[in-house]
Design a protein around this ligand. Sequence first.
Ligand code: SF4
Length: 173
Amino acid sequence: MNPLNEKIEALGKGLGAAQVGFADLSGLPDGLNLGYPGAVSVVVRLSKGILAQMDDAPTATYFSHYRIVNRLIDEITLRVALALEEGGAMAVAVPASQSLPSVKGENPYRGLFAHKTAAVIAGMGWIGKSALFIHRDYGPAVRLGTVLTDAPLDIVAAPGKSECGSCQACVNP
Ligand code: SF4
């Protein structure tokens, strides 16, 4: 593996990421990649214990967990972005959870960049019929972070293909 990929993967995992992937964004339609040809995609697992406390609706404990996980992701992606910039690249740590001012006709909850786009291109999972990102090992029990960058990273993963098959569990519960 490219030493820079190794360094970034070790940094992300050392800070708490379950997986760090690398995505080639050069094939995205104009503007979606904000001018960056690549991305580092970061996966952080949600706590099984906290998820197990939920029935139909999120608990107060889950909301706290959600904020803490977002904070962890923001720390990981900031540290990754700074490390890439120390090497001479440009990098943007996309906020873990962000709602930009709404633009007429667009999703009012849109962020700067859809984290699941980079995670799928990096081969770490797929978009399920629920529209959630499904990690190939942890299912939907993850949150994602993204660093957009022009750093000379190696991209070897193939985009993740859906493994939903005939399952309809989240469509017809
Ligand atoms: S269709 Fe099944 S496998 Fe696919 S996202 Fe929904 S529950 Fe998961």
